[in-house]
Design a protein around this ligand. Structure first.
Ligand SMILES: Nc1nc2c(ncn2[C@@H]2O[C@H](COP(=O)(O)OP(=O)(O)OP(=O)(O)O)[C@@H](O)[C@H]2O)c(=O)[nH]1
Ligand SMILES: [Mg+2]
Length: 417
């Protein structure tokens, strides 16, 4: 099964908790703090793999969870780092945010990595909080929570050339003649249901990847036939082979119709060079060919006339393809990244009721989640944090008074000026 669109959930591991312990030695009544740090949680990455050509695995698996970091222990033992997860994806995969469909990133090259969710930091053990003024701190941090995200994965195949044209025009027949691929061919529209790639090898051993996609019909832009479903797979192509079937009504009208559909999908597609190819000339009479030639010539277009089935004109077509493609840079057009994976942190205060406020900020919520309020030293560390980061001032400026309750994440505290 060919899957080129799916939504998955990714979750990074929580950081391991730091430890709060003290050295125990014979004859030493109370040794120094020796609580080790927790390990960082595992992250989830997507990684490009040229051997894969569908998002089928993701379609079935749907949820990817990285491992939590191990907790720190006494004797300065640090916790183990949580294992990362790598999701193998085909080259050309685009990752989007489901809330607004904006592009977050993409993978073009084999082995290219994309960080999807980062593992939580390991909490620091109490050994790290020792200072000249604090010889025996009990304070430690819990691990930072992991993150969870829903993401859309969309495949836009990477091919050098795309064959476009009406359903039943002979696109698959052509691909089977010029490349190493043998797609299904039959005398009815929509024989090809998913994109097929073929490799055309030229004399200089340059390989050109050609994509055959399901055919279009008039009204594809309005969802007729298979609609636009597959046009994204030729978006990255450097050139189009526009195959016209002159036995399905007027050749020039057909040519115009397909271009109109392309334009309706994305105007940019019309900017790509096209080789116009008239197929099935074995079924045409000499004067019919002439007529078509003249009609296209009026618009300054010189089509290549072929019969894919009878192997006529294919060499000329390949020469033309080679000559055009060799001058177009191989660079694959990248998607425009519209949004960062890491959202900008916003500091916001929401009044919930009289004397109860909620402070919203991802960064502060994460920090607070790392605090253990059962630990007797935590409260004073927390107050220092509020002061040092001018959060106190922010709260005051926004109308919070002594004795009011401030909620942060799943914790709350009483504000004191
Ligand atoms: N006479 C003749 N028939 C051809 C030629 N090329 C293709 N055909 C026939 O046209 C029909 C459609 O061919 P396909 O290659 O399946 O066409 P397609 O454009 O891939 O069709 P869809 O995948 O359905 O869009 C088949 O019966 C082919 O044998 C040709 O040059 N001459
Ligand atoms: Mg086909």
């Amino acid at each position: 099964m060919f899957v080129d669109y799916t939504k998955i959930k990714v979750k990074s591991g929580k950081g391991g908790d730091g430890a709060s312990t003290f050295r125990r030695e014979k004859y030493v009544p109370r040794g120094g703090p020796d609580g080790g740090d927790g390990g960082n949680g595992g992250s989830v990455f997507a990684i490009g793999d040229k051997k894969i050509n569908t998002l089928l695995d993701l379609y079935y698996k749907k949820i990817y969870v990285a491992e939590d970091g191990g907790r720190g222990m006494g004797s300065n033992k640090h916790g183990k780092k949580g294992e990362d997860v790598y999701i193998k994806v085909p080259l050309g995969t685009v990752v989007k945010d489901p809330s607004d469909n904006s592009v977050l990133g993409e993978i073009i090259n084999d082995g290219e990595k994309l960080l999807l969710v980062k593992g939580g930091k390991g909490g620091r053990g109490n050994a790290r909080f020792k200072s000249s003024t604090r010889q025996a701190p009990r304070f430690y941090e819990k691990g930072e929570p992991g993150e969870e995200k829903e993401l859309i994965f969309e495949l836009k195949i990477i091919a050098d050339a795309g064959i476009i044209g009406k359903a039943n025009a002979g696109k698959s027949t052509l691909l089977s003649r010029i490349s190493n691929t043998h797609p299904k061919i039959a005398d009815y529209p929509f024989t090809t249901l998913v994109p097929v790639l073929g490799i055309v090898r030229f004399i200089d051993f340059r390989d050109v990847v050609v994509a055959d996609i399901p055919g279009l019909i008039e009204g594809a832009s309005k969802g007729k036939g298979l609609g636009f479903e597959f046009l994204r797979h030729i978006e990255r192509a450097r050139i189009f082979i526009h195959l016209v079937d002159p036995t399905q009504g007027d050749a020039f009208e057909n040519y115009k119709m397909i271009n109109k559909e392309l334009e309706a999908y994305d105007k940019k597609l019309l900017k790509k060079p096209q080789i116009v190819v008239i197929n099935k000339i074995d079924l045409l009479k000499e004067d019919e060919i002439k007529k078509i030639k003249t009609e296209f010539k009026k618009k300054k277009i010189t089509p290549v006339f072929i019969s894919a089935k009878e192997n006529i004109g294919l060499e000329e077509l390949l020469n033309k393809l080679y000559n055009i493609i060799k001058d177009i840079p191989v660079e694959i057009p990248r998607e425009e990244i519209q949004k960062s994976f890491e959202e900008k942190d916003k500091l916001e205060l929401v009044k919930i009721e009289e004397n109860i406020f909620q402070l919203k900020s991802k960064k502060i919520e994460k920090y607070v989640a790392m605090l253990d309020f059962n630990n007797i030293e935590t409260l004073s560390v927390f107050r220092k944090f509020l002061n040092k980061n001018k959060i106190d001032d922010f709260l005051k400026a926004n109308g919070v008074k002594s004795g009011d309750i401030v909620v942060i994440g799943n914790k709350d505290f009483i504000f004191e000026e």
